[in-house]
Design a protein around this ligand. Sequence first.
Ligand code: PLP
Length: 422
Amino acid sequence: QDSIETYDNDLAQMLNEEQARQEAHVELIASENYTSVRVMQAQGGQLTNKYAEGYPGKRYYGGCEAVDKVEALAIERACKLFGACYANVQPHSGAQANAAVFMAMVQPGDTILGMSLAHGGHLTHGAAPNFSGKYYNAVQYGLNPETGEIDYDEVDRLAREHRPKMIIAGFSAYSLIVDWARFRRIADEVGAIFFVDMAHIAGLVATGLYPSPLPFADVVTTTTHKTLRGPRGGLILSAKEDETLHKRLNGAVFPGQQGGPLMHVIAAKAVAFKEAMEPEFATYQQQVLDNAKAMASVFIERGYDVVSGGTEDHLFLVSLIRQGLTGKDADAALGRAHITVNKNSVPNDPQSPFVTSGLRIGTPAVTSRGFGVSECRELSGWICDILDAMAAGNASEDVEADVRDKVSSLCSRFPVYTQTQG
Ligand code: PLP
């Protein structure tokens, strides 16, 4: 059969363009990473052809002998990696894993308490445009604007006032260690289910570098593609030996939310879970943390405000309120210098969520391509050079061009797909 190149040149060019971008640009989006070639091989294989509605040993389709073994292996590895006794590896994404948890644990109209999107929570934690905000009575907590820490007193107060059926912890943009035990105590005081979405920090949790929520939560979800460095997908876990709970969660994924599982993605998840148990993965995660700290400290040295005063995980938020810059403009200027970040709301942000006054910066992807502390410090300095020029009201084109050249030579020293194949 013809290759994509000879069969479909238009598409081939687009694929090549993205491949070139991933090699030549610096990737600082905190939720992105570069998977191993093995993970991509599993996803690109023949399991993509297989329908397997149901669960291992209990399928609605024939011919599932091999894929049953694949799914059972992925489940076994997920449980071992995270110290869980239950895992569902079928959710197509993090949002679908969360939808399944809602379906299993609460009824439409019930009150839920989650972290607001503007303060670092995820859409699926009760944001108004999402199913979680539309079909449930969503009450939202946020950060203490003085400390940048989750306002646990507010969580406590809102829980007592609204008596939520379920409390959600976890985040898309928060740089401190969450006090899972405190959340558990608050949930117990009001008789709420405690659900943690650890999508961002799963790789750190897997290696013991961020406290695990598993001993505290009734149910935990994660994506598999962020710090965990697997294929795009979702995962549900629990450390509670509760057959009824496990059955409810399985039923909410299939037939509740999804049809056939993506067996090729489940195979790739199994690869990623095995990789995450290797000693090199712990070394990698430690470097992710060291790099994030190094980058944040340069911003502070250069006079920028880092939300929460620094970072204890793989990401941090830079507030540009004092410089009078918007996240939207800063994101665009850095993009022109081939540095990819995302704009992000910060506490007390005067701008709309589309414009924002902040940047979210994360180190999982640059660490995968081999950057260490010195490269990360250098990179932070270049970002500050561009922001300084913008804040001074100067045209930043020359600085952007200079940084773009430096980024280009840095990236060529650290090719993505020779470093991470393992
Ligand atoms: N949960 C959290 C905390 C996230 O940050 C994200 C994605 O950014 C998701 C869930 C959703 O994952 P997905 O994009 O796979 O649906």
